[in-house]
Design a protein around this ligand. Structure first.
Ligand SMILES: Cc1ncc(C[n+]2csc(CCOP(=O)(O)OP(=O)(O)O)c2C)c(N)n1
Length: 279
């Protein structure tokens, strides 16, 4: 697979962040911090690793992406629109009555594989899809993005054991390790200790990367793709609210949208960052 131009991906990340903030500002509610932290992960998947075709969202041989931390769907919607799954204008209908772009993803919107938002379920679904694909002799990969707070859910660990028991080497979990969750730092809410040790002890291949570094993400996805006999987890260190100084690492920005004036400040910062990439 040809490696993408990293500078182009970095520019795309800024365009996506701008759209996420516009969607949220227009909606007047939604999850800002956890959407901004997953932008590079989504771009590395959709602009490099995933075998997909926006014109044929139901194509049987497509790779599957599951957003288990469904509340971060503004990021997914923006990436799907940029890829051409649906027209970009739809983004501005986020959370509006009658829109398919609700505050948590629902099936029916092109590119959305599962309805999610009730945390903890995505990895179990990834396992089910992988087992079914094995029966159907379909050579597809399944990627599941989870929040670090989400991994407090017991169901996640049932799925972790199931994936290693059945040697589901087509399953790749990615943890958005931004260290924050809804009401504080993850280590204060429920300290999980070392993620690397936990996942490895459960029989997974574990890789730790900077989740905003495209080169590292792409390498990790390639490493996961080549591994046989066990599932892979990519523990991606990220910053909640990444890209906007006054949103970064602030728990208050978990579930609120920017107001007009905050939106404009954020746009200025992102446009400045875009200029720096170009020069
Ligand atoms: C089963 C379930 N319990 C509680 C919630 C409420 N909730 C929404 S987001 C969130 C925090 C999740 O933290 P994390 O996975 O780290 O997401 P991030 O901080 O990256 O947004 C919680 C507890 C939920 N959506 N589902």
């Amino acid at each position: 697979m040809e490696r993408p131009n990293i500078q182009e991906l970095q520019k795309k990340a800024i365009e996506i962040r701008k759209d996420i903030l516009k969607m949220l500002m227009l909606a007047g509610s939604g999850h800002t911090g956890g959407s901004l932290s997953i932008v590079e992960i989504l771009i590395a998947l959709y602009y490099y690793k995933l075998r997909n075709d926006p014109k044929r969202p139901d194509w049987k041989e497509r790779d599957i992406f599951l957003l288990s931390k469904g509340h971060a769907c503004p990021a997914l919607y923006a990436v799907l629109a940029h890829k051409g799954y649906f027209p970009k204008e739809k983004l501005w209908t986020l959370r509006k009555l009658g829109s398919l772009l609700q505050g948590h993803p629902q099936m029916g919107l092109a590119g959305v594989e599962i309805s999610s938002g009730s945390l903890g379920q995505g990895l179990s679904i990834a396992n089910g899809i992988s087992l079914a694909a094995r029966l159907d002799k379909l050579d597809i990969r399944i990627y599941c993005l989870l929040g670090d707070g989400e991994t407090n859910e017991g169901q996640v660990w049932e799925a972790v054991m199931t994936a290693s028991h059945y040697k589901l080497d087509k399953v790749c979990a990615i943890i958005d390790f931004n260290k924050l969750q809804i009401d504080g730092f993850c280590c204060d809410v429920k300290d999980m200790g070392s993620y690397m040790h936990k996942w490895k002890d459960f029989g997974w291949h574990a890789i730790e990367v900077d989740g905003h570094d495209f080169t590292k993400l792409i390498d990790a996805l390639d490493e996961a793709g080549g591994l046989k006999g066990k599932p892979t987890v990519i523990i991606a260190h990220t910053v909640k609210g990444k890209g906007v100084s006054f949103i970064e690492n602030k728990v208050e920005w978990h579930g609120v949208a920017p107001k007009k004036e905050e939106y404009e400040r954020a746009m200025n910062e992102l446009e400045e960052a875009y200029r720096k990439i170009q020069n």
